[in-house]
Design a protein around this ligand. Structure first.
Ligand code: DGL
Length: 213
């Protein structure tokens, strides 16, 4: 089967290669919308106009299921896109639920784009799962560009990770697929003070469910 993977940019590539590795019997087709990135600081309407034609292309490529490997799109637009796109869409969202279950300190940090953090869906995830838990949302507004341009400012990043750990966070959620590329770096900077969560294995599990349904 052809599995489509979509993101604004290279974040989705990390998800696509995790899927390829776990499901070699399927063909993964990755498409991005790099001319319009970053999505995370754009209006919902601009993101919709950017991503819809690319998702339609994946359908014309013959993809029978598409992973929307972009938290920004999933949290703001998944319901609307499901009405437009004829194949199942798998959403990638910040892992607030597993983080809330895992935290012992009752403090978690969610690293995500401004547009994800301002979405209704993210608000709902916090209301449902982060009851009694402090959620720190550091400013990651320039992380996508930093990662796309391979210009990670390690000093600035370390300061942010130190700050969330010093505030007591023992779980750090990577709520933007671009950040998967700096997962190891963040892990090193957290230095056993916090675990880092990202959704690739959960996506693969969900994909298997949809494919075998
Ligand atoms: N990788 C995307 C996400 O998961 C969006 C990054 C961006 O374009 O700002 O949110």
């Amino acid at each position: 089967m052809k599995i489509g993977v979509f993101d604004s940019g290279i974040g989705g590539k990390s998800v696509a290669s995790a899927i390829e590795k776990a499901m070699p019997e399927h063909q993964v087709v990755f498409r991005d919308d790099s001319k319009n990135l970053p999505y995370g600081t754009k209006s919902i309407e601009a993101i919709y106009e950017g991503c819809l034609p690319v998702l339609q292309l994946l359908v014309s490529d013959g993809c029978e299921v598409i992973v929307v490997a972009c938290n920004t799109v999933s949290t703001n637009l998944i319901e609307r896109l499901r009405q437009e796109i004829s194949v199942p869409l798998i959403a990638v969202e910040p892992m607030v639920k597993p983080a809330s279950k895992q935290t012992k300190s009752k403090v978690i940090a969610v690293c995500a784009t401004p547009r994800t953090l301002s979405s209704k869906r993210y608000e709902t995830l916090k209301e449902q799962y982060a009851v009694g838990i402090k959620v720190i949302e550091p400013d990651c507004s320039d992380w996508t560009s930093m990662i796309e341009n391979d210009e990670v400012d390690k000093v600035k990043l370390a300061r942010i990770i130190d700050d969330v750990c010093n505030q007591g966070a023992d779980v750090i959620v990577l709520g933007c697929t671009h950040y998967h590329w700096i997962e190891d770096l963040i892990n090193d900077m957290a230095n056993n003070r916090a675990v880092v969560l990202q959704p690739e294995q959960a996506v693969i599990k969900q994909l298997n469910k949809v494919i075998n349904a």
